[in-house]
Write a protein that binds this ligand. Structure first.
Ligand code: Q9C
Ligand code: ZN
Length: 648
């Protein structure tokens, strides 16, 4: 039985067991006369349809909803509230239903509301139980009505029962599940007031909510969501609020909160399981949220949480009112749970200044409870509000070590035959630098044909795409980039040389190694290891260099960070032997490779010709920019045309 299941999973399903729960019966909760309302049945239909057409549900275990038993609901809500929700859809209430709803804050009710409320709560219990037992690695419950605003005796904010709070108590009370500590992450754009109150004094549940607050002016419009609300008694320190001061927060703001609050605390708390109140109303395009989180952003937020609780994560839908935004965001999250694709996307802006202010306030408020929050954030970090790092560029390697490096490299560039190297020793040396550097990530920033992902992958996996006249051997480590990110830098793109072996006739792309504020260049950043970067450097600069030692190691990395650029003597004949540092992105250095300043002089004097690219080559750049979502085809063509015609 087990063997059969494993076999079928390896063909159609994912290696990871991911549950997905959808049930049309939850669509029966809607406004009494079907008046338009943001929280409507099409929300979960849109998500479900998207996941089906993207082939996601087919790779998951699909579950149907179950009604929650009253005893589980009563662990969160009072008896009078449960009685009301159970009976509200019955005929006896027909005449009173609208009046009752109108006395509640942002609630409508109809004949389908009771059943939907029980199904939503029961569904989150069901998937949580299966993940806790290990029958599933993770799961997404596509439920409505949402839950996180619902309090002990009160339905509010489109929420009837607090689905996530009910499932959390279920997990903690079923002792044999062995779930003793739960992290709840509430990334819905609104504060999860109901969940906060449920676990206010409970140290077994770490409740974390990031939400628009605007000093108490955003729904639910009180002070409950302030960062000073940290829990009480034994629960003190186990309630964390991150209240945005303004709308328009996006990926950079959320990722900064993850990196500097949530992730360190999660590490220290070490939860047995994570439940996410996964509203998608902070998504770009949401009519209520006014924030700008992209599907890539949600994927990153989720990816970072997968390192905890052995990946035991349950997502439960809360808010989210733009059908396209919520579907795309949910899809991105499912791809992370299935763990099959490289996460790709772009974040342009740094966090708002207000974001750093809020992060500092939260850390200050909670540092007595979480030692990982005690350090002051470096000034260098919080001053990252402008999008563009400008670096002074220097030619040549670190002055102090110039001679030594030179001497060292002389040895390795001598033809292999003249060196008497013990074959085994050479092999083991090579193995050891590779394993050292394979633990370090860098962003490789590309500006030419490598912007097109399939072309760049030739350098990793080996291969050849249209227009290339040469085969790439690929890197030793063939794992795809961990992330892909686009950014704009203040550098000049130009095209030079009459022909190349890879592309035939026509110029190829170069980056002026010095930055000038009025130039801009689009760059596609691939997050790869420093080991892979060495193999890319080697392929970009064909030479007899044998790679028994790295072209660019940790010392070179320190050096380039300090000096801005470093010329690699070992591949001096190559056209891309100058490694340029472009700043940091989330603590990871950004590196690119281009020609050096003496080449620039030769291009300027005409000793080496500037030359427009061939159509084939220009097309790879256009494809990269268009498929990367950076420019329209028309814009990409004119961007390249300008770079090819403007004098240096
Ligand atoms: N002026 C969720 O996203 N807005 N609920 C009412 C009154 C209510 C949102 C505005 C927003 C509730 C689950
Ligand atoms: Zn919401």
């Amino acid at each position: 039985m087990e063997a059969v299941e494993t076999a079928s999973r390896s063909t159609s399903r994912s290696l990871r067991r991911v549950g997905i729960l959808y049930d049309e019966r939850m669509c029966r909760h809607h406004t009494p006369d079907d008046e338009p309302h943001p929280e409507n049945p099409n929300r979960i239909r849109a998500i479900w349809n998207k996941l089906q057409s993207a082939g996601i549900s087919q790779r998951c275990e699909v579950l149907s909803a179950k009604e929650a038993e009253d005893k589980y609901i009563l662990s969160v809500h009072g008896k009078s509230h449960v009685d009301l929700i159970r009976n509200i859809s019955s005929q006896q209430y027909n005449s009173r239903r609208n009046r009752i709803a109108s006395n509640l804050n942002s609630i409508y009710l109809n004949e389908g509301s009771s059943e939907a409320a029980y199904l939503a709560a029961g569904s989150v219990i069901e998937v949580a139980k299966r993940v806790a037992k290990g029958e599933l690695d993770s799961a997404f419950a596509i439920v409505r009505p949402p839950g996180h605003h619902a309090e002990h005796d009160e339905a509010m904010g489109f929420c009837l029962y607090n689905n996530v709070a009910i499932a959390t108590n279920f997990l903690l009370n079923e002792k044999e599940l062995g779930i003793n500590k739960i992290l709840i992450v509430d990334w819905d754009v609104h504060h999860g007031n109901g969940t906060q109150k449920t676990f206010w004094k409970d140290p077994r549940v770490l409740f974390f909510s990031v939400h628009r607050h605007e000093f108490g002016n955003f729904y639910p419009s009180n002070d409950d969501g302030d960062y000073t609300m940290i829990g009480e008694g034994p629960g003190a320190g186990y309630n964390i609020n991150v209240p945005w001061e303004n709308g328009r927060c996006g990926d950079a703001d959320y990722l900064a909160v993850w990196d500097h609050i949530l992730i360190p605390v999660a590490k220290q708390f070490n939860p047995d399981m994570i439940l996410i109140s996964a509203g998608f109303d902070a998504a770009v395009g949401d009519p209520l949220g006014g924030c700008r989180v992209t599907p890539y952003g949600y994927a990153m937020l989720l990816r970072k949480l997968m390192d905890f609780a052995r990946g035991k994560i349950v997502l439960a839908l809360e808010g989210g009112y733009n059908l396209t935004s919520i579907s795309n965001s949910a899809l991105a999250c499912m791809e992370v749970l299935l763990d099959e694709k490289t996460v790709t996307g772009s974040t342009e802006a740094y966090p708002f200044e207000s974001t750093w202010r809020v992060i500092r306030a939260v850390r200050q408020e909670l540092k007595a409870f979480w030692s990982v929050l005690a350090d002051e954030l470096p000034t260098k970090l919080i001053s990252q509000k402008a999008p563009i790092p400008v670096k002074k560029i220097l030619i040549s390697s670190c002055d102090s070590e110039a001679e030594d490096v030179e001497e060292l490299l002389q040895g390795v560039i001598r033809p292999l035959s003249t060196l008497r190297v013990d074959e085994d020793r050479r092999e083991s040396a090579s193995v050891s630098w590779r394993s050292d550097l394979s633990n370090i990530d860098i962003w490789y920033a590309t500006f030419g044909s490598n912007m097109w992902k399939p072309r760049f992958l030739c350098y990793i996996e080996g291969g050849q795409v249209d227009g290339m006249q040469k085969l790439c051997s690929g890197s030793m480590d063939k794992r795809p980039p961990k992330e892909i990110l686009w950014k704009i830098f203040p550098h000049r793109l130009f095209f030079g040389r009459e022909s190349t072996r890879t592309w035939g006739l026509g110029g190829v792309a170069f980056l002026h190694p010095e930055s000038k504020n009025k130039d801009i260049v689009h760059m596609c950043l691939y997050r790869i290891t420093l080991e892979q970067f060495n193999d890319v450097l080697h392929q970009e600069n064909i030479s007899s260099y044998d790679m028994s030692s790295p072209l660019f190691d940790l010392t070179s990395l320190d050096c380039v960070k300090e000096k801005g650029s470093i010329n690699l003597e070992a591949v001096k004949k190559g056209w891309y032997h100058n490694v340029v540092y472009l700043g940091m992105e989330r603590d990871i250095p950004i590196l690119t490779m281009t020609c050096d300043l003496s080449d620039i002089e030769n291009f300027k004097s005409g000793k080496v010709p500037l030359h427009a690219p061939s159509e084939d080559y220009a097309n790879t750049l256009v494809k990269g920019l268009v498929e990367g979502g950076q420019l329209s085809e028309e814009e990409a063509v004119s961007y390249i045309k300008e770079a090819a015609t403007k004098p240096l």
